[in-house]
Design a protein around this ligand. Structure first.
Ligand code: NAD
Length: 518
């Protein structure tokens, strides 16, 4: 069997050599998933929700072991493994274990049209079947775990492909579901790179939940379109933070510090563009750099962890080298311990050069932030929206009313005021982007409906109402006239409505009395 070597990004040591999943074994994987789903999907909603509580119990009891594994395989610090990956997952399980039965229960649709009141419409939600979850390496636990838990709560089976850089956490996720009592085969992790991901799509899953880069997202959507498979795409970002002139500088710089450099900046929701009012730009950058000096770069117990993936280092170097060559100022950005860690970098300079530089226009996905300035609120909004991405944005101000006004003009899936990027761990709120950041929403009440088909059933309220409808054959001039008089009742003016009513009622009575449907 072909092997995949997994390394610890903080030391470079080999963590494991594991078997890659052969592409030829996928039909068997899907058959197992289908068999498990057939039994799981018919369970009562309450029973499936109860399984989420059991899963939560398992995650909590193995919290330290999980934080340690996430740290070792991904390189993030232990605090981040706990607060950014496990905490959000536990919150998600808590919310959906309680809420999913209510959200997925059958619902009646209120129909306004009185001529249809004798009939009743209900919506019921049924599983998609076997779905595919394809995940990146930067949040190897939180992102796929949330998708898989919601998919299972909605009655689906999941074939899950973690990133080839973090397969151990991926395999652990399957183990957790099995330990919590989910049927074997319901959640299966397959190990491999993009070729395996692509082969997964050709097995025609019911839907693809993809989180990753824009180029891969495009490939996946293109391939999925050949089978007409729906996709949810959670892609990259180049998130702006607008700092207004009245901002508390201490709060603003701390927010920027955490927003830009947590998870070593390897976050789709990382603040990569700081748009600061020109009157405070200088003290802002000075204080930000002072705070950066206090951050400890290093392994498990540091503030900034390791750079997970080798190829990302080339992107950081390219963006920073290009910035220097354009005459921009780069503070920080030194490589530490054989380039396994990088100190945060702040890029400043003349707006025109900075805003055309790749460090400002393209996703860097590392501990690098570019700072530009603005004069008017309109300019701030224009600059914030001047990006192909639209995942998150933030505004820092003491004037919450103004902050809210700016937030409402920002082209982003989420905007936070005086906070940054934390709502990925708040299950009640939707997560997802616009423009090149993708589409579809995770989390929130809307998020669970991504995992189900909706079936609408319309039936008579009683068997007494099982009759032929007035729009059935044969068509007649009087039928036309009756409908015409009915549609006139939609006139805006009350008097026109009222004056049309006798005509309609007369037509209706005669229609029902004289006209026979075939
Ligand atoms: P990536 O696109 O390189 O890989 C993501 C996953 O897709 C991996 O599992 C990979 O093996 C798989 N893959 C690659 N080619 C494939 C193909 N042709 N068919 C099927 N699967 C394929 O992304 P990455 O480097 O792992 O992650 C970084 C990117 O993810 C960044 O752009 C980041 O912004 C984005 N991201 C977005 C969110 C979000 O919520 N919007 C969250 C985290 C990361």
């Amino acid at each position: 069997m072909e092997k995949l070597t997994v390394r610890d990004p903080s030391t470079g040591a080999v963590l494991a050599e594991i078997d890659r999943t052969p592409i030829e074994s996928l039909p068997e994987t899907f058959a197992r998933a289908r068999a498990a789903q057939a039994k799981w999907g018919v369970l009562r909603l309450k029973d499936r929700a109860r399984a989420l509580y059991d899963l939560r119990e398992v995650v909590i009891s193995r919290m330290d072991e999980l934080a340690d594994l996430i740290h070792r395989e991904n390189g993030k610090t232990k605090v981040e493994a706990l607060t950014m990956e496990l905490a959000g997952s536990i919150e998600l399980l808590t919310y959906f274990a309680r809420r999913a039965p209510e959200l997925l229960a059958e619902k009646e649709v209120r129909i306004g049209n009185p001529i249809l009141w004798h009939r009743r419409s209900t919506l019921n939600y049924w599983p998609l079947g076997v779905v595919a979850v394809i995940a990146p390496w930067n949040f190897p636990f939180l992102l796929p775990f949330g998708d898989i838990a919601l998919a299972a709560a909605a009655g689906n089976a999941v074939v899950f492909k973690p990133s080839e850089f973090t397969p151990l956490v991926g395999l652990k996720i399957q183990e957790l579901f099995e330990e919590a009592g989910f049927p074997v085969g319901l959640v299966q992790t397959v190990v491999g790179d993009g070729a395996l991901g692509s082969a997964l799509i050709d097995r025609k899953p019911g839907k693809i939940f993809f989180t990753g880069s824009v180029p891969t997202g495009k490939k996946i959507m293109e391939q999925a379109s050949r089978h007409l498979i729906p996709v949810v795409l959670e892609l990259g970002g180049k998130d702006p933070m607008v700092v207004l002139p009245d901002a508390n500088l201490d709060l603003a710089t701390s927010a920027a510090l955490w927003g830009s450099f947590s998870n070593a900046g390897q976050m789709c929701a990382s603040t990569e563009r700081l748009i600061v009012h020109e009157s405070i730009a200088e003290p802002f950058v000075k204080l930000l750099n002072e705070k950066i000096q206090k951050l400890r770069v290093g392994s498990a117990d540091a503030d900034i962890g390791a750079i997970t993936v080798e190829k990302q280092k080339d992107v950081y170097r390219a963006h920073l080298d290009e910035a220097r060559a354009q005459g921009l100022r780069v503070q920080g950005g030194e490589w530490v311990e054989a380039s396994r860690f990088m100190r945060p970098a702040v890029v400043t300079g003349a707006s025109a050069e900075l805003e055309s530089s790749r460090v400002y226009t393209e996703e860097t996905f590392g501990p690098v932030v570019a700072v530009t300035t603005f004069r008017s609120m309109d300019e701030a909004v224009r600059k914030a929206n001047q990006s192909p991405y639209g995942l998150l944005g933030s505004v820092i101000t003491r004037n919450l009313k103004l902050g809210d006004k700016i937030a409402r003009q920002m082209e982003a899936g989420t905007v936070t005021i005086n906070e940054v990027a934390f709502t990925a761990g708040v299950p009640e709120t939707p997560w997802g982007g616009l423009k090149d950041s993708g589409f579809g929403r995770k989390h929130s009440d809307a998020g669970i409906y991504e995992f189900v088909n909706v079936r609408h059933v319309n039936r008579p309220r009683s068997s007494l109402f099982s009759m032929k409808s007035p729009w059935w054959y044969p068509y007649s001039p009087f039928q036309y006239e009756t409908f015409r008089s009915y549609l006139k009742l939609y006139r805006r003016s009350f008097w026109r409505k009222l004056s049309g009513l006798p005509n309609f009622l007369w037509n209706l009575v005669h229609f029902l009395k004289n006209e026979r449907r075939l």
